[in-house]
Design a protein around this ligand. Sequence first.
Ligand SMILES: C[S@@+](CC[C@H](N)C(=O)[O-])C[C@H]1O[C@@H](n2cnc3c(N)ncnc32)[C@H](O)[C@@H]1O
Length: 317
Amino acid sequence: MTDIQPPRPTPETAPVSVWATGQQVHATQRQGRYHRDGTAHPAKMLPALAAHAITQYTRPGDLVLDPMCGIGTSLVEAVRCGRRAVGVEYEARWAGIARTSLDMARDAGWDEHAAVYTGDARRLATILPADYLGTVDLVLTSPPYGDSTGGHVITTPGQGVRKFDHRYGSPRDRGNLANVGLGRLLSGFTTILAATVPYLRPGGHIVITARPWRHRAELIDLPTYLTTCATQAGLVPVERCVALLGRLTNDGELVSHASFFQRNHVVKQRQAGIPAHVIAHEDVLIFQADTGHATGARKTGDHADAPSAPPLLGFAA
Ligand SMILES: C[S@@+](CC[C@H](N)C(=O)[O-])C[C@H]1O[C@@H](n2cnc3c(N)ncnc32)[C@H](O)[C@@H]1O
């Protein structure tokens, strides 16, 4: 009998809780696969992170939903992994770019079903066709983190440094959860998570990626807040992983790809006496629907009374 050995896992595919998703810099991961206008989005998911989550939690032909899909990273990676994809994005500009990148995937031979809807995902039931109910194998998403994490800079002699591409849309539009305080962001995100539950197939997963940020000296532990949102939305935590943003060397060193903003932020924090570090990973939170809650959500079909945000431990909502 021939002894067939399973393929040796590579750092990118190994079933471990630390995902080597930063082996290439972000821009290289996107090259030739995404429309260049997407660089303007301030908080994109790492394509390797999306691809890793998709290959871990779905099979070919499965359906991936992202209710806050931005320029469509989760959808494009899904299609390029042979999965079907559906997304919702509040800003028409980002939704349009997502569609263009999905067209690029189709032109490259990935002829999977993919659709992007524009709208407020807190009212998912009014946006997504009922055909999708009970058919989603993976919800893969990431909430907006405010305007401090992304963007580009231009330096003009005598005029200092100017930031651009650091906003999701009009800062006055409070339908975009990037423009509301932490309390409303968490409350809105809870509503969105609860709204996705009726679309999940039994046994499907919800994967949320996020990172903490600092408000002056205080660490805002967004991943832990999001875990509370998820449990209030009727989800059960099943795993928690780390997706590296930097490159692992053969010697086990981590080489940071931190942006200008992140390095600059850390320098300023240290000057202020706060022992901050450059962020080296995203938290990846993995959930499944709690059957009891999921059934309830399906019955009502009404997301207006979704649970409110967890207490904010000293922060104004
Ligand atoms: C962190 S970004 C997601 C980026 C995306 N993963 C990508 O790689 O392009 C969060 C997105 O949520 C969108 N968003 C904010 N409020 C929303 C809402 N109420 N409904 C749907 N999308 C919303 C923002 O416009 C933003 O594009």
